[in-house]
Design a protein around this ligand. Structure first.
Ligand SMILES: Nc1ncnc2c1ncn2[C@@H]1O[C@H](COP(=O)(O)OP(=O)(O)OP(=O)(O)O)[C@@H](O)[C@H]1O
Length: 242
């Protein structure tokens, strides 16, 4: 069923590349304001799903709506902000210059909006005086916070984050998680391999395997239903059963 009341609604999404089905009949809904996690083994189709949602992949079968609009339209309207896993800042620019650059682009010439985006971006990045240093001198965690600030400064209706904490140390992961959790009221869809983090951070989780939805629900419900101790164990049990 397609319902515009959802922030995101995916119905029977199938994606084929060279006759290989990467996503098969995938359906799920995300409510406005939810932090929604997509988990699954390597190659399960998480990034492909996120790329469809963000309007980057435009050819697919099925129906995908963000606030009732197809992703391409939602993207044009500035509803979506996507952070790819391999996004990096411009190393030769300072952190501030990076944010200034994107604030200018995203605001489309509206000076008031540009100032608003920049101010929010600086706050989200939380880099203190290091914001005046070149991004090339930043640690991986600082770069990630800068990219996250770039993604979230526009206050998108839907933020799509591909593995926002991958390859970060504990302290940097905690800071990135704080940023995400502080975006209350915003719809956030993220993928992650860190299931303890997903369990802690996400309101709802979708487990996919080989392009197919295996389980969807609140992390605690999934843990209870599978009679396991945590989401990591649920994951292993559910994937192992197939
Ligand atoms: N453009 C493409 N051409 C061919 N195969 C592709 C393409 N994009 C993705 N695939 C394949 O589709 C499958 C799903 O890829 P995807 O990157 O979505 O998985 P993932 O769940 O994000 O994996 P990971 O956890 O390793 O990042 C993989 O087998 C991948 O090789």
């Amino acid at each position: 069923m397609i319902n515009d009341q959802y922030a995101v609604s995916v119905t029977s999404l199938t994606k084929e590349v060279n006759r290989k089905k990467i996503l098969r009949d995938l359906s799920f809904q995300v409510n406005e304001g939810e932090i929604f996690g997509i988990i699954g083994p390597n190659g399960a189709g998480k990034t492909t799903t996120l790329r469809v949602l963000s309007g980057i992949i435009e050819t697919y079968q099925g129906i995908v709506k963000l606030f009732g609009l197809p992703p391409e339209v939602a993207k044009r309207k500035g509803f979506i902000s996507y952070m790819p896993e391999d996004a990096f800042p411009y190393d030769r620019l300072t952190g501030l210059e990076n944010l200034e650059f994107y604030a200018r682009i995203y605001s489309g010439g509206d000076k008031r909006l540009e100032g608003e985006f920049l101010e929010r971006g600086i706050k989200i990045a939380g880099l203190g005086d290091r914001i005046y240093d070149r991004a090339g001198e930043y640690s991986r965690g600082m770069k990630r916070r800068l990219i996250l600030a770039r993604t979230l400064m526009v206050e998108p209706k839907v933020a799509i984050l591909d593995e926002p904490t991958s390859a970060l140390d504990v302290e940097s992961s905690v800071k990135v998680r704080e940023i995400i959790r502080n975006m209350t009221g915003h719809t956030i869809i993220l993928s992650s391999h860190n299931l303890l983090e997903v369990e802690y951070m996400c309101d709802k989780v979708l487990l996919i395997n080989a392009g197919t939805g295996v389980k969807i629900g609140k992390p605690r419900e999934i843990v209870e239903e599978t009679k396991t101790k945590n989401l990591e164990e649920s994951f292993i049990k559910l994937i192992g059963e197939r």
